[in-house]
Write a protein that binds this ligand. Structure first.
Ligand code: CA
Length: 233
């Protein structure tokens, strides 16, 4: 691989750190690794990595603090590594601007897919910025922002205004996990106890109209207890 991406791994558990490092190096990435948040901050400012893989439970401070720090000035993609016991932290990390998460234990293929998706996401411009108003195309799905129309296999898909807004939002952030709270805030402006239910009902209708089989993760993945993600490949 001639175009070497630089990836910073921040993880205090040495076995996981070296596992991730080996996988990435084997696949042609250049890797920097750090055991602590303090060291990671220094490495981040001196090496400007293309991607950060971040453990949330660090010895010196919480990984979410590092996300806040980075997001003050950078849109570099961040993939969070979280343990099952850190479910709430994971959602918080996404709300703070992390792009994605991988739950430990994770496999090689899964990690590499997330890395590719996050890098592709950043190549397509700053998160959330549309390239002009160019339609979003993913295999048979096409979303036209200007005419507010959706087609699947060249057939028009009739969505309600709210359903279109949800699909458009997810596609503008394709590759990134959008948490329930971020989607709800963006679409409805506020949230109440019924909001998640309302979102789920809309999503079920969207999937049905797009012809996505229930339970399948074609085009849109359902990140249980966290949110939704539109794929970008
Ligand atoms: Ca840890």
């Amino acid at each position: 691989m001639n175009n070497k991406y630089k990836i910073l791994i921040v993880e205090d558990e040495s076995n996981i750190r070296s596992f991730v490092k080996t996988i990435l190096e084997t696949n042609g990435y250049q890797v920097l690794d750090s055991r602590t948040g303090t060291q990671a901050k220094m490495m981040f400012s001196s090496h400007c990595p293309d991607l950060i893989i971040l453990d949330l439970g660090l010895p010196d401070f919480d990984g979410t603090e590092f996300i806040k720090e980075v997001r003050k000035s950078h849109s570099v993609p961040i993939i969070v590594l979280s343990a099952r016991t850190q479910e709430e932290d994971k959602v918080q990390a996404l709300d703070l601007g992390a792009n994605d998460y991988v739950t430990k234990p994770f496999g090689t293929a899964e990690l590499l897919a997330r890395v590719r998706a996050a890098l592709r996401n950043s190549r397509h411009g700053i998160d959330g910025e549309k390239e002009g108003n160019k339609p979003f195309v993913l295999r048979d799905l096409k979303i036209d922002y200007e005419s507010r129309t959706v087609t699947m296999k060249h057939m028009s898909v009739k969505l309600t205004q709210t359903e279109f807004n949800i699909v458009a939002l997810l596609s503008e952030h394709a590759g990134k996990v959008m948490t329930y709270s971020v989607i709800i805030q963006t679409i409805w402006g506020s949230s109440d106890t019924g909001s998640i239910k309302k979102l789920q009902v809309n999503m079920a209708n969207i999937r049905k109209k797009l012809g996505i089989k229930p339970g399948s993760n074609q085009y849109i993945s359902n990140e249980l207890g966290v949110g939704y993600r539109m794929y970008n490949e």
